[in-house]
Design a protein around this ligand. Sequence first.
Ligand code: C5P
Length: 238
Amino acid sequence: MSQRPIIALDFPSKKEVASFLANFPEAESLFVKVGMELFYQEGPEIIRWLKMLGHSVFLDLKLHDIPNTVEQSMTGLAKLGVDITNVHAAGGIKMMKAAKAGLKKGTKTGAKEPILIAVTQLTSTSEEEMQQDQLIEVSLKESVIHYAKCAKQAGLDGVVCSALEANDIHQATNESFICLTPGIRPRGSDVGDQQRVVTPADARKIGSTYIVVGRPITQAKIPYEAYKSIKNEWNGER
Ligand code: C5P
């Protein structure tokens, strides 16, 4: 089965999401990403609604708190039926293990446990900032690899990373460790504020497991056409 790119629903409220989704055939099951912006406005109901419409959901809330709080919160997120969710690896191995345990607890009998991935260093953080603000004295790349290994050790399924880091991460962990990668731009499209972009076809070649695509689809004149073209490129069907 061909794989779906994950569409970043970076909209301020359900109203905008509904008019965006109206661009797609009703029967088309999408994989969407809901981030803090939308979740904090609409609450858990937005997830129930997207699931009810038949879509898969990556809930990108990047949890980072004491293990007990993260565990209880993850139990609640699993009950919503999310397909992928995440934490900050900086929360530590104990916290990541607690997150995983929480998801397990909240998963309904017979249902698939949500995939859990970790954010390593945010791509908005420069090496200089990381060294100064976090007092981490290694290179940014070493820090990313270290966090990926911690996530693996904690039993997580993968990390959010740049497609350009996927190869190194796979080498440091294993080939089946998930590399979910934003910063994707089809050839010739507007780069926007992203710095290091990769095309869907190259992301596939380098080793991304999932790609997250926002504006090239959400801001397209005909979103469904843009989606299909990116999906084909991602699946090597062009
Ligand atoms: O519109 P665009 O394709 O740039 O959107 C990418 C999405 O992925 C946004 O929701 C952005 O917040 C998210 N993201 C990212 N880089 C990261 C982590 C998340 O672009 N390192």
